[in-house]
Design a protein around this ligand. Sequence first.
Ligand code: MRU
Length: 329
Amino acid sequence: MRAVRWQGDRLCLLDQRLLPAEERWIECLNAEEVTQAIRDLAVRGAPAIGIAAAWGVVLAAQQGAPLDDVLATLRAARPTAVNLMWALDRMKGRIAAGAQAAALEREAQSIQDEDLAANRHMGELGAALIAPGSGVLTHCNTGSLATAGYGTALGVIRAGVADGRINEVFAGETRPWQQGARLTMYELVRDRIPAHLIADSAAAHLMRSGKVQWVIVGADRIAANGDTANKIGTYQLAIAARHHGVKFMVVAPSSTVDMATPDGEAIEIELRHADELLATGGRRTVVEGARAWNPVFDVTPAELIDAIVTERGVIERPDAMAMRAMFGQ
Ligand code: MRU
């Protein structure tokens, strides 16, 4: 499955706001429409928004739009996932070197192709850490929909199921946007992977039951000391996992690693509109007059992470020194 498709003069996105009820594609004809699709979560997941943004730059170049403005607007579309800034910096570097639309198109294609290759490699590296016959819990959606294809944490799960290491998958529903319920279950069912949805609040009870040996999640930004920002709720899973002796794995391409951010404290956490919590499916579910606080990411401290898997290799018990050894400054 590919949720981001380049058509030469337009970017087609499988609208993730509507899944699984409806498989509708939207066409972005310019960089503004790509920016809007990223802001509105029509396309989401750290690698996928970086890839979409790169294609937005190509559209702008084809149309002779002012590229500095386009780079700035795309960059501001969402604050936490560093893959967005990373992809735009790559495009900016090519622009600075004099690249025209055709060369920028090749660069965007490379960003997309490299992501898919990284996911396949991480799938093998991550699955190798898991003992045969294990159960795993995942959070949010980190699959084909969130990436160029295959997925990060979900890629490890796909590889682990294929070679018999994983025999049962649990997916947290991921309130409030329901990425787990709507998107991860959609991918798992399509792949015929044995899976159960759980309420987010069932996670500690699941761990206590002994049904899962690993929690496997993606990331939106990994700081220089290994602290990891990911979908809200990840941090409490890591705390519960440590309490129950369940291992905790973060899977992300090196484009998610931000060595310029020293630690999790320095990561900007996106706050989204209260209505995403106060209403479900467009219908208000909370009394009028109620207010809500809606941070959509949190930071898991490195000391709660057993392994960070990137396409460059595995870091067990991550810290600043191990991160520097793999990613430089
Ligand atoms: O708000 P979203 O849906 O873009 O958040 C996505 C996540 O938090 C994912 O876990 C992360 O981006 C990794 S996707 C491979």
